[in-house]
Ligand binder design. Structure first.
Ligand code: UT7
Length: 329
């Protein structure tokens, strides 16, 4: 029997209008444009403003644009998966809310959470549904409103994160394109170094834990940095080797955008020159689940059918992994 593969056939992104610049952050915390630029590569990030507006607002915009671009109706979608660490509410799933906003009615939908590796984990999860032969149009959304869980008095974390969303459509193909291979790993020991303590079942919200600012992202930057550099770089190099791809045959490396220095280390370790690395961290910061699809969206016009595209991510958990895509259009 011919193998069915899952191929990305459309992509679309959405970022909110409001631009939070390094200059504005200088007025909020004890930081400088120079520190942020040299340590992270970030110049500005987008922030979703407006009461009652959650991650699903951005996810829905991305999905609407995606369906329009591909020329299909919401009725054609079979499944929608949203990866996020900032769901609108603890339940129902943000995927359900996005589907509702877009008018997707003939589908089931659910969320996944693997922190910054969420989008690539969801992409492979979605690919399995497509490869089963039963699902023909599966949407994967990576979306986060990080501004809702960032402490804007903590200069080490507030300068890094931003808000955004992007979505891809997966469809079946019997050609040698699409999701070709993946390597994923996680290690829960990392929870000590990167987490949001309060608001879950272990520490439900109380006045005390909110006063202690435990409902915000806690990150030990240097520790996370070391794990990120090693693991993201190793896994990107491993997937290239395992598939016997010469580094000159890698068309694009698409790393999670957490820190420009981590991106550069990943490129060096995997032997991919910087001109083949997608980088938009300077504009959007770290949008957690949205970084990788936002890059693909911005570089869409430069991608060619058959291109070897390596996705790589590292995030809270810890979680990390890499995917080999053969671009399908
Ligand atoms: O996406 C999920 C995974 N997350 C990541 O991959 C993030 C990994 N970590 C990082 O990207 C970096 O560790 C940070 C960007 C978070 C921090 O950069 P760093 O180069 O590791 O800085 P550091 O924590 O070692 O701090 C160096 C100095 C400290 O001052 P002293 O102790 O040397 O006097 C900090 O207090 O920089 C200070 N500092 C700042 N100074 C100005 C920390 N944040 C700031 C700031 N502005 N915003």
């Amino acid at each position: 029997m011919t193998k069915i593969r899952a191929a990305i056939t459309a992509i679309h992104g959405y970022v909110p209008e409001y631009v939070l610049t390094n200059a504005e952050l200088e007025t909020m915390v004890d930081t400088t444009d120079e520190w942020i630029t040299t340590r992270t590569g970030i110049k500005e990030r987008r922030i979703l403003k407006g009461e009652g507006k959650g991650t699903s607002v951005m996810g829905a915009e991305a999905v609407k644009g995606l369906l329009e671009k591909r020329g299909i109706s919401p009725d054609d979608v079979d499944l929608l998966i949203c990866s996020t660490v900032t769901p609108d509410m603890k339940f129902p799933a943000t995927a359900n809310l996005i589907s509702h906003k877009v008018g997707i009615k003939n589908a089931f939908s659910f969320d996944t959470n693997a922190a910054c590796s969420g989008f690539i984990y969801s992409l492979v999860t979605a690919a399995q549904y497509v490869e089963s032969g039963r699902y023909k149009k599966v949407v994967v959304v990576g979306a986060d409103k990080m501004s809702s869980i960032v402490d804007y008095t903590d200069r080490q974390t507030c300068v890094i994160f931003g808000d955004g969303a992007a979505a891809v459509l997966l469809e079946p193909t019997t050609e040698e394109v699409g999701v070709m291979d993946h390597i994923f790993q996680s290690d829960g020991c990392g929870h000590v170094h990167l987490h949001m303590k309060a608001g879950g079942s272990a520490y439900p919200p109380t006045h005390e834990n909110i006063d202690a600012r435990e409902h915000y992202v806690y990150q030990e930057g240097q520790v996370v940095y070391k794990f990120a550099v090693k693991n993201m770089a190793d896994v990107a190099a491993e997937i290239i080797q395992r598939n016997q791809i010469a580094t000159e045959d890698v068309a694009w490396l698409v790393p999670h955008q957490a820190n420009l220095r981590i991106i550069e280390a990943t490129a060096r370790r995997s032997g991919v020159p910087m001109e083949k690395v997608m980088i938009n961290i300077q504009k959007f910061g770290n949008t957690t689940n949205a970084t990788i699809p936002l890059c693909l969206w911005e570089w869409e016009n430069q991608l060619k059918r058959g291109d070897n595209v390596i996705l790589a991510a590292f995030g809270g958990g810890f979680t990390w992994g890499s995917i080999l895509l053969k671009w399908a259009y």
